[in-house]
Design a protein around this ligand. Structure first.
Ligand code: ADP
Length: 443
């Protein structure tokens, strides 16, 4: 599609200004030449002096006018380009999403887009790029690109206001040919924010380190007890019984950890596929509470369920939702046991955009969680008290699993707690309009 730019008032004005500047020099030179020539034209000798003077003046005017034009190029970038092309280039650079800077042959900024100011807030057109950028890696890449005439790449990090990583590619633009062999080559600096990729890389490295550490601890315990049983405790029946119990607990912990890791990776793999089966929540919660009755009795905790008569049907994966309630209710029983009661409330509500949702809150009256831990609780392996979590058979992955399952179900997890006042873990899931298979409406 052709774009008619001849009517662009900006370019017509620029052209007019440039022409006027160009001719003004000539007019001044001719006037000066005439002024010198009039009093000198009387004698042949005088003419011999005046003529070369006039020629020198005219040559100087010609040279200066070319230098001027070249100077305009240094800002605009290129003497031979049509000003309309330069305006088009400015518009294109302004429209690019990544920070982009065009530097002229004289090292001054020709144009830059708004996102480039996030890299160097003081950068303005017409300024020397290296002075405003002040990033050694970028300056070095600019220098290298100027020499090699090939795209050069560099990476650098910014620490303030937050840690961010960038990649810059300095690409020499095709040389349009300058006056008297002067290069009019411009450099295009394009930046890319590498921070999200770096963060994912860091998370992956942390995750592998954490998972290995979590597995190595029970493994070391198992190896230690095997050594002892083969050596010093070979004939000690009482010690053998005790050690075997500990070994069983450690082996179970390893199995739980591997199970949680596999569940996490399975849920992450299917993160973008929203489960579509209509599932009724209340029976799932009741089933989980029944299964945890032994633990509740062990800890001396009474569990109550309050639920509406009508079914709360959501689109979901039954096993995953069971996992959510297992984790939340088990945590309440383990960490909130001192409060002696756990209340589970199921209800329906409307979200801010008017959609109906099922709400399930698990409330305990235990020690609670202090505010600084709340934002990090759903991170993998994050625990308020590592020793207590291990003593309770925790893996540090339970709430991370809950968060991922909620994301996949387009649901939300909310944690409210104050130190000494117990904790409430609330999940909200969009209601399904479909009835679960084989369900009867009650109430
Ligand atoms: P874990 O396997 O350690 O239980 P979770 O991801 O389920 O891992 O929980 C992370 C941490 O959150 C726990 O180690 C515990 O410190 C804290 N926590 C979870 N639920 C509660 C609760 N109801 N009361 C107090 N602290 C809790």
């Amino acid at each position: 599609m052709a774009m008619d730019q001849s009517s662009d008032p900006r370019s017509s004005l620029a052209e007019l200004g440039e022409k006027a500047g160009h001719y003004a020099l000539w007019i001044m030179a001719v006037l000066a030449a005439i002024a010198i020539a009039i009093p000198l034209f009387s004698g042949a000798l005088r003419f011999a002096v005046a003529f070369p003077l006039i020629v020198i003046l005219l040559a100087a005017a010609w040279y200066l006018s070319r230098r001027r034009a070249d100077g305009v190029v240094a800002i605009n970038g290129n003497a031979q380009t049509n000003p309309q092309d330069d305006h088009f280039l400015v518009d294109v650079i302004a429209a690019l999403p990544d920070p982009t800077i065009l530097v002229g042959a004289d090292g001054r900024v020709v144009t830059l887009n708004a996102s480039a100011t996030t890299i160097a807030p003081s950068l303005r057109p017409g300024e020397l790029a290296v002075l405003a950028l002040r990033i050694p890696e970028v300056i070095d890449a600019v220098r290298r690109a100027g020499v090699s005439r090939r795209p050069e790449r560099a990476e650098f990090a910014e620490r303030v206001p937050s840690e961010r990583w960038f990649e810059v590619v300095v690409t020499p633009m095709p040389d349009q040919g300058g006056f008297a062999g002067r290069s009019t080559q411009r450099l295009l600096l394009t930046f890319r924010d590498l921070s999200p990729i770096r963060r994912v890389e860091e998370m992956r490295v942390d995750f592998v380190a954490n998972a290995s550490h979590e597995l190595r601890t029970p493994l070391a315990a198992l190896s230690g007890f095997i050594e002892t049983l083969k050596g010093p405790a070979r004939n000690d029946v009482a010690a053998r019984e005790r050690f075997l119990d500990i070994m069983e607990a450690q082996a179970k912990r390893m199995a739980r950890l591997i199970d949680d890791l596999l569940s996490l990776s399975r849920i992450e793999l299917a993160a973008h596929v929203r489960p579509q089966t209509p599932v009724e929540l209340v029976p799932i919660v009741r089933q989980v509470v029944d299964a945890l009755q032994m633990l509740a009795r062990d800890r001396g905790v009474t569990v109550t369920i309050s639920a509406p008569k009508e079914p709360l049907v959501v689109s979901g994966d039954r096993d995953e939702l069971t996992r959510v309630f297992e984790n939340l209710i088990e945590n309440a029983l383990k960490y909130g046991a001192s409060g002696k009661r756990v209340e589970i409330t199921l209800s329906r509500a409307f979200n801010v955009s008017g959609g109906e949702e099922a709400v399930a809150a698990v409330r305990d009256y235990g020690p609670g969680i202090s505010a600084e831990h709340l934002p990090r609780l759903t991170e993998r392996f994050y625990r308020v008290d590592v020793t207590e979590s291990r003593a309770q058979g925790g893996t540090g992955l339970g709430l991370a699993l809950v968060k991922h399952i909620m994301n996949r179900h387009r649901g939300r997890l909310n944690i409210e707690s104050r130190s000494g006042e117990g904790a409430t873990f609330t999940v909200r899931l969009p209601m399904s309009t479909l009835a679960p298979a084989g369900a009867r409406k009650s109430g």
